[in-house]
Design a protein around this ligand. Structure first.
Ligand SMILES: [Zn+2]
Length: 221
């Protein structure tokens, strides 16, 4: 239904770059540069048994944020293509030959209802079509959590403690394939740590995580 409206909307609103909003057929050359980087590796929980390697492509800035929001809140197709490509790039950082299972980070159920979709699940499915991986949405938010973007680093961790559950279905399938956690943005690592904890509680150890974008602070540490 929505697809059939696009040609009409494109006539009314000239196309714009989803990053900087300047008139452009798709993402402009200046914004493209932010997404055309080799993935970097960031280690969470360094020097611990629960170390988690995260591969991520774009460093967070206003133009990157705009693309993330355009896909997350409005389902903009061009933004979706950029994020899919970034996650594919990050995916290649983990392994080129193994077939893996993507486990998307879940959104708050309220946000899923408001948006009418689970954007990370949609994105994982798009990436998996191209990478040949599988997708299992087995982590659920089990209580009300506040919007992480409004909280300090300490508050973010506290907000998420015990917030995720791993549903026990398909655990046999999970045992057969390496698991990769997938999120749009790595900020403090609190979300991925909580997802990792929920999986470990079911005896599932992810081999790594991928995100489309990351903040600079974690790279420096
Ligand atoms: Zn641009």
């Amino acid at each position: 239904m929505r697809k059939s409206l696009y040609p009409l909307l494109d006539l009314i609103y000239p196309k714009r770059c989803p990053g900087c909003h300047k008139p452009a057929v798709s993402i402009c050359e200046s914004c493209k540069i932010f997404w055309q980087k080799p993935p970097i590796s960031i280690k969470l929980n360094k020097n611990s048994v629960s170390v988690l390697s995260v591969f991520s492509v774009a460093q967070y800035r206003n133009e990157v944020r705009a693309v993330l929001l355009a896909y997350k809140e409005d389902g903009e197709r061009e933004a979706g293509k950029i994020l899919t490509e970034a996650l594919l790039q990050a995916r290649r950082g983990i392994s080129k030959h193994l077939v893996c299972v993507f486990v998307p980070i879940p959104s708050n159920p309220k946000s899923v209802r408001r948006r009418g979709r689970d954007f990370m699940l949609d994105l994982c499915n798009q990436v998996a079509i191209q990478s040949g991986d599988k997708v299992l949405s087995i982590i659920k938010v089990n209580r009300d959590v506040q919007d992480q973007s409004k909280l300090s680093e300490k508050e973010r961790s506290q907000n998420l403690v015990g917030a995720f559950d791993c549903t026990p279905k398909n655990l046999k399938l999970l045992a057969k394939f390496p698991i990769i956690l997938v999120d749009d943005l790595l900020t403090t690592g609190a979300t991925l740590r909580e997802a990792q904890r929920a999986l470990r509680q079911r005896g599932v150890i992810p081999i790594g995580a991928i995100t489309a974008a990351h903040t600079a602070r974690l790279v420096r540490n």
